[in-house]
Ligand binder design. Structure first.
Ligand code: ADP
Ligand code: MG
Length: 632
């Protein structure tokens, strides 16, 4: 339900809740690692990157210790110690270079592989959902959430592998090193670590508590702003530019003030935290100096002590930052996981029946009902909306070759019937029978091949006319189609738009732009009809293909439809506009809204073979016909 995952996130009230959130984040990232990262990438990580990184850090950590021997050699004028130290140091430097080199190559491999495997997995899971689930755009399966989650997932993976693991390894090695040279310094550093980590967790928790609501407000303002940008036309036509600008500026200033105040507090706290850490480090250093002063330590040992405590400081900060980022990104990653792991609502039964290509069965709706669950409505309204009974007791038959029109007012449930027929979702009651077999028992792919669908809003891809025309064909079918055939289809369906005509079949290579932006509404719709015709379906399903078109264009689309429907093909055409279906259909069904259905009545108000007959028997039809100025 979360339109934006952070909106629903409850800020942790206390430390315990924060730690619980942290554990949950780790669980979520583990899921990503287990399920979205390819085996090959894991192999690179486990067998190459992580061992190499740890090796490089171990080697790097030993450097100051080797150098301390050189310093001792200098102080005591011991040439062989100096030479040995320098030689070992050079070897170590060289080894470190090489491990770094391999580590970077492994990193490149993993980045590419992770990117690929996360994308592939998300796409796979997206396509696995049934079509009805995609309709609930505002709910879980929200493309923008999934996209955001995907990027965050990649960020987090990179952060954990390339920052988290090396930082923790460095801390560990350096810590051990300090303990080895002096247990007192080691104890001092332990106290520093403990204070620092607790303090960081406390601050990170405060960030979540304070910044989540601020973040929520900023996002909401951003959405508001984008909507105004997108519909700038309306803002300007209404003369609201000035007001809008002021409103958005004021809102921004209010929230940014709060944001700034918090971060200034945070920076002060961090400074204090850093100062305490530095004090601890200084104490360890002073202790070392004192040891040298009283003659318990060689001067050389000061070098690793100073170097290691310095490294310690830097990596402590990085680890606390990684912890914070993990927690902060978690909601977005979680929202993506929720979306992609949503089980598909429609799955083939075992031994599902395969509809053969030559079969052309009748289709029957028997007492079909459907309820839209409340959760599917607009985000935020779910709690006030209840389940919506869109269809009750629907009965009708489409005989093979019959062209059936479904007529009814807007909101009556026409599209819902059509979605059930296309198996976007399954009915809640009753059954849809195809040649006497329940649609649920028929293999979904064979059912999809059986029909072609023309949606209300044309789904044009950014590509050429040819690409859009042949989109529904297999590679084999495409190669069997000659360009001359395609050109013929273009002419038949009048998709030889504008100047394409003069350029003959070159018109097929014309790009239509994103969403077909370079085509008019009628042109887009005709292109979709031609694409459906090319698939040569047994059943053509059309949803209000003409509702947004003017009457001249409607006529052209109608001609296109008439062309596809000549012959034995069956059709199921949903129409609000009666003129669209009058000539091309031979059976008409009138649907009324479920809330107009009285006790004992059927939601299907009437069925007939002609408009004249319907005019006699159906009051809804009479109303529609009169409203549309239709002469019967
Ligand atoms: N995804 C959905 N979630 C919830 N309610 C829906 C959804 N789609 C449609 N409805 C509701 O179901 C009813 C029938 O819608 P629909 O089948 O689209 O009608 P028609 O196509 O006849 O205009 C309407 O009241 C509509 O608000
Ligand atoms: Mg509709």
């Amino acid at each position: 339900m979360a339109e934006d995952p952070k909106f629903d996130r409850i800020a942790p009230k206390n430390f315990r809740e924060y730690l619980r959130d942290f554990r949950r984040s780790l669980g979520i990232y583990k899921w990503v690692w287990d399920n979205m990262i390819s085996a090959e990438s894991k192999k690179w990580a486990k067998h190459k990157f992580i061992p190499l990184a740890i090796l490089a850090i171990a080697i790097g950590t030993s450097q100051p210790f080797i150098l301390s021997k050189v310093f001792d050699g200098l102080v005591t004028k011991n040439l062989s110690l100096i030479v040995a130290g320098v030689v070992i140091y050079s070897i170590i430097l060289y080894a470190e270079r090489w491990t770094m080199y391999f580590q970077q190559i492994a990193r490149e491999w993993m980045l590419g592989l992770n990117y690929g495997s996360v994308d592939k997995k998300v796409t796979e899971l997206m396509f696995e959902k049934s079509m009805g689930q995609h309709l609930q755009e505002n709910a879980v399966l929200n493309v923008s959430n999934i996209d955001k989650g995907k990027w965050k997932t990649l960020d987090v993976q990179a952060m954990l592998l390339f920052e988290g693991i090396p930082s923790i390894a460095t801390l560990l090695f350096v810590y051990i090193g300090i303990w080895i040279i002096s247990w007192v310094a080691g104890s001092i550093i332990s106290v520093v670590v403990f204070t620092y980590i607790i303090w960081s967790l406390y601050l990170n928790q405060k960030v979540m508590q304070q910044i989540l609501p601020i973040d929520k407000e900023l996002r909401s303002l951003n959405r508001y702003r984008y909507e105004r940008w997108e519909k700038a036309e309306r803002v300007k036509v209404s003369g609201r530019s000035g007001d809008e600008l002021k409103y958005m500026t004021d809102r921004f200033n209010a929230v940014i003030k709060e944001d700034r105040n918090f971060w200034i507090w945070y920076i002060r706290q961090s400074r204090l935290k850093g100062a305490v850490r530095d004090m601890g480090v200084l104490c360890a250093m002073l202790y070392g100096i004192w040891l040298v002063w009283i003659g318990n330590w060689s001067v050389g040992l000061l070098y690793p002590l100073f170097a290691w405590t310095g490294q310690f400081k830097n990596n402590l900060w990085r680890v606390s930052e990684v912890e914070h980022q993990l927690n902060w990104h978690m909601p977005a990653v979680k929202a993506m996981i929720d979306a992609v792991t949503l089980p598909p609502a429609i799955k083939d039964r075992e031994n599902a029946l395969n509809l053969k290509e030559y079969e052309h069965p009748s289709i029957e709706f028997r007492s079909v009902s459907y309820v839209y669950p409340a959760g599917n409505t607009e985000q935020g309204l779910a709690h006030i909306k209840s389940n919506h009974h869109a269809l009750v007791g629907i009965n009708f038959i489409i005989e093979p070759g019959q062209k059936v029109a479904l007529i009814g007012e807007s909101g009556a449930g026409k599209s819902t019937i059509m979605r059930l027929l296309l198996r976007y979702m399954d009915p809640d009651g009753g059954e849809i029978l195809v040649g006497g077999v329940n649609l649920r028992d028929i293999e979904l792919n064979s059912w999809t091949r059986y029909h072609a669908y023309i949606a209300q809003d044309p789904k044009i891809f950014d590509g050429t006319i040819e690409y859009n025309l042949t989109y529904g064909l297999s590679q084999d079918e495409k190669s069997r189609l000659a360009r001359a055939d395609l050109w013929q289809i273009m002419q038949d369906f009048r998709v030889d738009f504008r100047d394409f005509k003069s350029r003959k079949d070159k018109g097929l290579d014309v790009r239509v732009g994103r969403g077909g932006i370079e085509l008019s509404g009628g042109e887009k719709q005709r292109l979709m009809i031609a694409a459906a015709a090319i698939q040569n379906p047994k059943l053509l399903v059309v949803d209000e293909a003409t509702s947004s078109l003017d009457s001249t264009i409607e006529k052209q689309v109608q001609d296109g439809l008439a062309k596809v429907l000549s012959g034995r093909r069956s059709a199921f055409i949903v129409a609000h506009r009666l003129s669209t279906v009058r000539e091309i259909c031979d059976r008409f069904i009138v649907l009324r809204s479920p809330n107009e259905v009285l006790e004992g009545e059927s939601q299907i108000e009437a069925q007939a073979d002609s408009f004249e007959e319907l005019y006699e028997i159906s009051s809804t039809f009479r109303r529609l016909a009169n409203d549309q100025g239709l002469t019967i």
